[in-house]
Ligand binder design. Structure first.
Ligand code: FAD
Length: 186
């Protein structure tokens, strides 16, 4: 459970933005803390008039507008939202664990501990990072070897899945190995 809830936009504080967007440390809605779908009802300024976007456009950095359909950016050069960043980060972490030494030497264990600690401090979605720091404190990483690290990451990922109301992943070694290293048998 989080100690503090992230600050969010409200109709009063940000009348031109959809309510409920998570704010970053600078007090502005933060792209990597929200999904593109969260921006879908954004009001977009167009040639002096204000129009409802109905999910067809989103303001990017510097007031640029990216057209999109069903809340997904149609351009490939849009900055990462919380989902793209999360998927890429989990892919990196689970894949790194899948190729981690079966039994890791002490120096490698230290490097992995440092990586996970740095990630929890530097992850740009600040509310995600704060929750992850708390979870890492409650459950120190098992960096002893491939299987332990893979399972530890699976459990932390499942904690986020649970928070977001997503299905839990089976953390059995066979399932993890199949998903992140060897692929399905057929
Ligand atoms: P993802 O959850 O990104 O999963 C990618 C793939 O990994 C899945 O398709 C599945 O095949 C596999 N997978 C799923 N669960 C597991 C598991 N337990 N073990 C192994 N493999 C698995 N988003 C928020 O909105 N709020 C947060 O607080 C938040 N915290 C995050 C903290 C961290 C450290 C990270 C890396 C991401 C966080 N995210 C958070 C992003 C969130 O976890 C998802 O990445 C994002 O919502 C996209 O989800 P997805 O359904 O595409 O699949």
């Amino acid at each position: 459970s989080r100690i503090t809830e992230p600050l969010r936009t409200t109709k009063e504080t940000h009348p031109n933005l959809p309510p409920g967007l998570i704010l970053g440390p600078d007090g502005k809605p933060c792209k990597v803390c929200n999904s593109w779908q969260d921006w879908a009802k954004l009001k977009v300024k167009k040639k002096g008039e204000t129009v409802e976007s109905h999910g067809t456009a989103a303001i990017m950095g510097g007031g640029k507008v990216a057209s999109r359909s069903s809340g997904k950016p149609s351009r490939k050069d849009c900055p990462a939202d919380t989902e793209a960043l999360g998927r890429s980060t989990w892919t990196f972490l689970h894949t790194t664990a899948a190729y981690y030494p079966v039994s890791a030497p002490t120096s490698t264990q230290t490097q992995m501990r440092n990586l996970l600690s740095s990630l929890s401090l530097l992850y740009p979605c600040v509310p995600c990072a704060e929750d992850f720091q708390e979870k890492v404190k409650e459950n120190p990483p098992d960096v002893s070897g491939r299987e332990g690290l893979s399972r530890w990451l699976c459990e932390r990922h499942n904690e986020v899945n649970e928070k977001l109301g997503k299905e839990s992943f089976d953390c059995a070694w066979k399932s993890l190995n199949e998903r992140w290293k060897d692929g399905p048998e057929d």
